[in-house]
Design a protein around this ligand. Structure first.
Ligand code: SAH
Length: 354
């Protein structure tokens, strides 16, 4: 049993069951035993890997996209270039390398990183020197345009889960069965926040909501609406809530979400519709990652990089290309959404707004 499991068991025994959101928060960010607070879980040898860790092409193309949007909006001489949940700092380092020759972009950019984990902040400081760190998006500068990227950030934010019941909703909670952590349900009751879903949600369906995403979207939107800019959100998920998507990965394997609290990564699908509807900004179409990268030119970039490679290095490069773009890998499950000021040019690569 993990140290955190023991803490949670005692807390639940004394005070009663906790919500799935509270469980996720403790597991991911407990100051001494949290998954992100105590380790760098990323990379080939870690628990999971992410698009920027798979290939430099991901960050390069997103960097050029961001620079294009910055130019389309008038190339502000001074702006914030920010990232939410930057992991090891690989994505931002690739963005910066790819945009080094865009006139005025580096000169105008001030780097800001929103990161909760001290371990990952240290890794980011090595790859992104000169950045300013924040605990939350609330303290990002609000006196200039904001260009911000978030890859696999929103999937780590805690969700609550509600089961549709004739009498309203029963919330899924973490309680005890004997001395083991176990899922349970609260007695069903009406819930005003989910009234809009009552008609369209069949009995027995699980609905997820991610309250902590809303103040983040609000903080970004306020800045972008008043100062200009662009929020680029990439994550796994879809348009709408998709049932029970709480997922644990432990030692690179799928795991029961209650089996290794603090030692397993916990995520949930991102409901992009909830993010887009929470923002007053214009939204791009929701683009599958593979389609977006193809539109941004990953095919040509992959060919150029392949020219210098042979044998195993070439094989690895091609495998990384497939992993990022193939529908059976990350190409379809992962999606990208862009938020930008109403009336500003539509960011390229997402397809047409219909
Ligand atoms: N974007 C990186 C890392 C993804 S992992 C990549 O693509 O490789 C999720 C990241 O979000 C980690 O850096 C984690 O520490 C951070 N994070 C998770 N919850 C957070 C929160 N509530 N506030 C700030 N950062 C958070």
């Amino acid at each position: 049993m993990t140290a955190l499991a023991d803490i949670l068991r005692r807390q639940i025994a004394a005070q009663g069951p906790i919500t799935v959101a509270e469980y996720m928060t403790q597991c991911l960010l407990h100051p001494r035993h949290g998954y992100y607070t105590t380790r760098d879980p990323l990379g080939q040898t870690g628990d999971f890997t992410t698009a920027p860790e798979i290939s430099q092409m991901f960050g390069e193309l997103l960097g050029l996209l961001i620079a294009q949007v910055w130019m389309d909006q008038g190339a502000a001489p001074r702006f914030t270039l920010a990232e939410l949940g930057p992991g090891r700092g690989t994505l931002m380092a690739d963005i910066l390398r790819a945009t080094a020759r865009v006139p005025g972009f580096h000169a105008g950019a001030e780097l800001h990183l929103v990161e909760a984990s001290p371990v990952l902040r240290a890794a980011q400081a090595q790859r992104v020197p000169g950045a300013v760190w924040h605990d939350s998006a609330d303290s990002l500068p609000d006196d200039r345009p904001l260009f911000v990227v978030a890859n696999e950030f929103f999937d780590a934010l805690p969700i609550r889960q509600f089961l549709r019941h004739p009498k309203g909703w029963a919330e899924r909670v973490v309680g005890l069965d004997g001395d083991q952590l176990a899922f349970g349900l609260t007695p069903p009751a009406p819930l005003a926040a989910l009234d809009n879903l009552l008609d369209n949600t069949p009995e027995g369906t699980m609905v997820e909501s991610c309250a902590p995403a809303l103040p983040v979207i609000d903080a970004l939107s306020t800045r972008i609406a008043t100062q200009g800019g662009f929020a680029l959100i990439v994550d796994y998920g879809d348009w709408g809530s998709a049932g029970d998507t709480l997922q644990a990965i432990w030692q690179q394997q799928k795991d029961h979400p209650l089996a290794h609290p603090g030692d397993a990564d916990l995520t949930a699908h991102v409901d992009f519709r909830a993010l887009a509807y929470a923002s007053p900004l214009a939204a791009t179409p929701l683009a599958p990652q593979g389609a977006l990268l193809a539109a941004l030119g990953i095919g040509q970039r992959a060919q150029v990089l392949a020219q210098g490679l042979t044998d195993a290095a070439l094989e690895n490069h091609l495998a990384a290309y497939r992993r990022l773009t193939d529908a059976g890998e990350m190409g379809q499950l992962f999606k990208a959404l862009g938020l930008y000021p109403v009336g500003a040019p539509q960011p390229p690569g997402f397809g047409q707004v219909t």
